[in-house]
Design a binder for this molecule. Sequence first.
Ligand code: GUN
Length: 292
Amino acid sequence: MSAEIMDGKAISKEIQAEIAVEVAQFTQSSGVTPCLAAVLVGDDPASEVYVRNKHRACERVGIASQMHKLPASTTEEELLELIAELNSSTDVHGILVQLPLPEGIDTLRVLDAVNPHKDVDAFHPENVGLISQGRPRFLPCTPHGVQQIIDRCGIEMTGKHAVIVGRSDIVGKPMSMLLTARNSTRGPQAANATVTICHSRTKDLAAVCRTADVIIAAIGVAEFITADMVKPGAVIIDVGINRTEKGLVGDVDFDGVSEVASHITPVPGGVGPLTVTMLMYNTLEAAKLLQS
Ligand code: GUN
């Protein structure tokens, strides 16, 4: 079998075009241009690339953006002061604090300080709680992007066994909440799955993966998921982005797994573009919320 490639770049373009239309309508009717403020502390090159991509995406869909670049020597208190300013600014609808923050800064204290109505990453505990209760204010960008890819590729999730490899707060845990929910932004067919989360202490992880109809790999280890861990015909979503000597690779051994799976996302060009696009979606939602 040679798997069908799920083209995240094309899907991302399609969704950005839809968002651009909605942004234009919102701006025309309200007189307000949605605005995202990104905060970048230090000079991590990968984070700089991510933040630049977010600003470019804002431009494409008609969202205004602010970039707040602070030196690595910034103290936690200085960062909290900036967040307080952005929280009270009527010009700013969404706030994104790029992670990771430099050592010495308490990440959870900083994320907790973001106004939950402007928390377009959906990292604030109030927003995580709302997601877990099935009444989300914002959807976490990467898991929402995964759900969009799955549904726009015509894959039905209801009753399927999804195995998520990785238990992070950014991907693994919120992904499990979206897939076990009763509904989604794309309808019930993109949710209602049976979900297993695997992690570093899971016994016989390969055997668990072999029971999956859908594998979502978000473990952060290059090419961890190999063909022998995949049931023939399974759908493979690769959330990993690992920099190796052979370039960017995902958490899935793409060449080997493509021979077994029915559908697979590539790296790059799979889930990555969707994360940025769903951030645009949330920024528009935040602007609508603050207007209502
Ligand atoms: N660093 C890696 N992924 C993310 C993300 O989704 N949001 C933020 N703010 N930082 C990240």
